[in-house]
Design a protein around this ligand. Structure first.
Ligand code: GDP
Length: 302
């Protein structure tokens, strides 16, 4: 239900446009496909993924020229679900058994909802009975540390921090070490969200990796990239930059409740070839949902 509400804006605008595109048409002809292309682009599915979807529908129409325009909705749902399913192999249980502490690095530019999302994750895992430790690795902004501490209190989990300006890699090291000595199940490490200098970002993330690997060679077990659905094409650009800077293993798409452009979920996942793990559908601590492909497609289409 939260998911439904979260995607309300996307759904309404998408269905409205789709309805207009097929109004009065009987078959899925080129004109309908042109309009569909426009609709997908407007929903921020992105150019490459939009073309891929259109091509797949064209193929289906070529095989069955009697496909009615009224079936476009269903076909589209199937193709989008198929597209998301191709990324599903990488999906795993939320916190795999037998890896302790499970180390998660969270990356993303400032303002996308990274701190909020870490708070939501901490609360979620804690409610699952996991011991969680947070690391305030965004040492560049004083507010980022304070904010994370507040979220830590809300979620009831400890936050490892150092003073502002200290080395993020050192905070990451302390966090993992603390998680090990407490016997914690999960360590979630925040990182700085500056993107103005790619080399710097790359070096910083590489250093964090190197340092925590001294404690746990396989860590980080997951690198989650947070993107803001309401920023449209910027989200695509950020996703590209971060995936070039480090190995991103999964996506969290925030603010789906505030935008009609939920197509970002489909496009970014497809283009980076990484699965979506969670979606953010509000500002509250419980407004985080594990991504469920079928539920997403169904609520996208009403
Ligand atoms: P950060 O700079 O990336 O750490 O971003 P913050 O966590 O400070 O979030 C920035 C703003 O986005 C805050 O006002 C959050 O309440 C808001 N926010 C985060 N996630 C969501 C979401 O899923 N939906 C909505 N509506 N707002 C969100």
């Amino acid at each position: 239900q939260t998911l439904d509400r979260g995607l309300e804006k996307t759904r309404n605008s998408f269905l409205h446009n789709l309805g207009k595109a097929i109004a009065g048409r009987s078959t899925i002809d080129d004109e309908v496909l042109d309009e569909l292309e426009e609709i997908l682009l407007t929903a921020d599915v992105g150019v490459q993924t939009t073309l891929k979807i259109i091509e797949r529908i064209q193929n289906r129409v070529a095989k069955d020229k009697y496909l009615g325009a009224n079936e476009l909705n269903r076909i589209l749902q199937e193709e989008i679900a198929g597209l998301l399913a191709e990324k599903e192999d990488a999906q795993q249980s939320e916190i795999p058994e037998g890896i302790k502490p499970y180390v998660i690095l969270v990356v993303g530019v400032n303002g996308v909802g990274k701190t909020t999302t870490i708070g939501k994750l901490a609360s979620r895992y804690k409610k699952m009975g996991k011991e969680v430790v947070l690391g305030a690795g965004d040492t560049f902004r004083a507010a980022a540390v304070d904010q994370l501490v507040t979220w830590g209190e809300r979620a009831g989990v400890p936050v490892i921090k150092q003073q502002m300006g200290s080395d993020p890699a050192s905070v990451a090291y302390d966090t993992v070490q603390s998680a090990i000595s407490r016997g914690a199940d999960v360590a979630i490490i925040d990182t700085a969200g500056r993107l103005h200098n790619k080399t710097h970002l790359m070096n910083e993330l590489a250093k964090i990796r190197r340092v925590i690997q001294k404690l746990i060679p396989e860590a980080p077990h997951e690198v989650m990239l947070v993107i803001d659905a309401s920023t449209g094409q910027n989200a695509f650009e950020q996703a590209k930059q971060f995936s070039q800077a480090t190995q991103v293993t999964s996506l969290i798409v925030t603010k789906l409740d505030g935008t009609a452009k939920g197509g970002v979920v489909i496009g970014v996942s497809d283009q980076l070839n990484i699965p979506v793990r969670y979606i953010g559908v509000g500002e509250g601590i419980d407004h985080l949902q594990p991504f469920d492909k079928m539920a997403f497609v169904e609520s996208f289409f009403g």
